[in-house]
Design a protein around this ligand. Structure first.
Ligand code: ZN
Length: 404
């Protein structure tokens, strides 16, 4: 049965692990102070984590008069998870350790035109290859997180209505992938996974209210407040690409009219480039892969090709309109630009979005909103998905119990 991952970890074990990760080396006394759990609870939780090998003791802190404090660190490589960003035009796979560090990655072709069973075999092979190449012990792998474009309509364990991946409609992806890999699977929206990934990449503060705008084949956004992703009632919150910017505009596949995605998504910008006259100098734009084409267009724009610059700037201005709406609705402190669509032209998008936010948001006199590039635009969603798999494992069943 597919699990769309619910909350960021909130159980005590998870909180303790988060604090150790953020402050290591730390001690039980500091954990009591940071969590407001009782000393007895912390002693018990830390004992469990030591038994499971997730945490280790690393000597003692110099005494400041009281009893010496035993220092604790995460055992970073005691657990690894695999994250998959499953896209129409590309697939990114990462392996991340317990500290949220990426320890291996690969980028593969997209799966828009593949049969679902072929996709499962393709992913299972790629994951197995990554595990082998990294020399990872399979018994330490928590599971696989899969980040996909929305909308995710999951009914009875089957995917439905996934944008740009209609070939997966009616397919039980998680069950099939679990069978093929022998690893537990969690699924989430790619923009939400990217927002979680940005925290782990160090782009954002856990306590901030921030949004990630995710540009791949489509346009999405993920929201995090106080370390918690906001998913709405069906994990379909933040569908920025389907905010209407023209109510008389053309009908979108979603049923709305004049959606942002119809005028600003990479396939639309790339098509404009492909239609440009030869004199525009855009002849080298890929005819096959929209992400490659977007990347080439971005490179040409940053080299000063006027036609490319006009197309990317138009896309950036339109997206900036959407970002102003996002900020007006959710009053975030920061917007992170993530996703493969930004890999070669983030600077143009950043400038347009920052200018729009500085001059057009309702609360601009109250606080500023900064726009920053992702620390790793291509990896953010896959990393976020990997960390969701880690959390799922940690919350589901303590490893020590499983071994019995
Ligand atoms: Zn739409």
């Amino acid at each position: 049965m597919i699990k769309v991952k619910a909350p960021l970890r909130q159980d005590s074990r998870g909180r303790v692990l988060d604090i150790i990760r953020a402050t290591e080396p730390t001690s039980r006394i500091e954990l009591v102070r940071e969590t407001s759990l009782t000393p007895a609870s912390i002693t018990h939780l830390v004992r469990d984590l030591l038994v499971q090998g997730l945490v280790r003791e690393v000597g003692q802190a110099e005494s400041t008069g009281g009893k010496p404090r035993t220092l604790l660190r995460l055992n970073h490589d005691s657990m690894t998870a695999i994250g998959v960003q499953l896209g129409a035009a590309s697939v990114g796979i990462v392996a991340a350790n317990l500290a949220g560090d990426i320890v291996g990655r690969q980028v593969l072709r997209g799966v828009a035109d593949l049969d679902p069973q072929v996709i499962v075999a393709f992913l299972a092979d790629a994951v197995a290859e990554l595990i082998d190449n990294l020399g990872l012990d399979r018994s330490t792998i928590a599971g696989i997180g899969v980040a996909m474009p929305g909308p995710l309509d999951i009914s009875g364990g089957y995917l439905r209505n996934v944008s740009y991946l209609e070939n997966l409609s009616g397919f039980a992806l998680a069950d099939e992938l679990e069978t093929a890999t022998g690893l537990p699977i969690v699924i989430d929206n790619d923009a939400t996974a990217a927002a979680v990934g940005e925290y782990w990449l160090g782009t954002t503060d856990k306590h901030a209210a921030y949004a990630t705008v995710y540009l791949a084949t489509g346009i999405g956004s993920g929201l995090v407040v106080n370390g918690m992703p906001y998913r709405g009632s069906s994990s379909n919150a933040g569908e920025l690409g389907h905010v209407s910017v023209d109510f008389r505009g053309p009908e979108c596949t979603c049923g709305n009219r004049g959606c942002l995605e119809l005028v600003a998504a990479p396939p639309v910008l790339v098509e404009r480039a492909r239609q440009a006259p030869p004199s525009a100098g855009l002849g080298e734009i890929s005819r096959d892969n929209v992400e490659d084409a977007m990347s080439q267009l971005g490179i040409l724009a940053s080299r000063g090709n006027e036609a490319a610059l006009t197309i990317i700037r138009d896309g950036a201005e339109l997206l900036a309109c959407g970002i102003v709406t996002l900020v007006n609705l959710f009053d975030v402190d920061m917007v992170v630009l993530a996703g493969p669509g930004f890999t070669s032209c983030a600077a143009i998008y950043l400038e347009a979005a920052q200018k729009a936010l500085d001059s057009r948001t309702l609360a601009r006199g109250v606080h500023t909103v900064s726009v920053v590039p992702s620390a790793s635009p291509r990896d953010a969603a896959a990393l976020g998905a990997a960390t969701l798999a880690l959390q799922d494992k940690l919350e589901r069943k303590p490893a020590a119990t499983e071994k019995k």
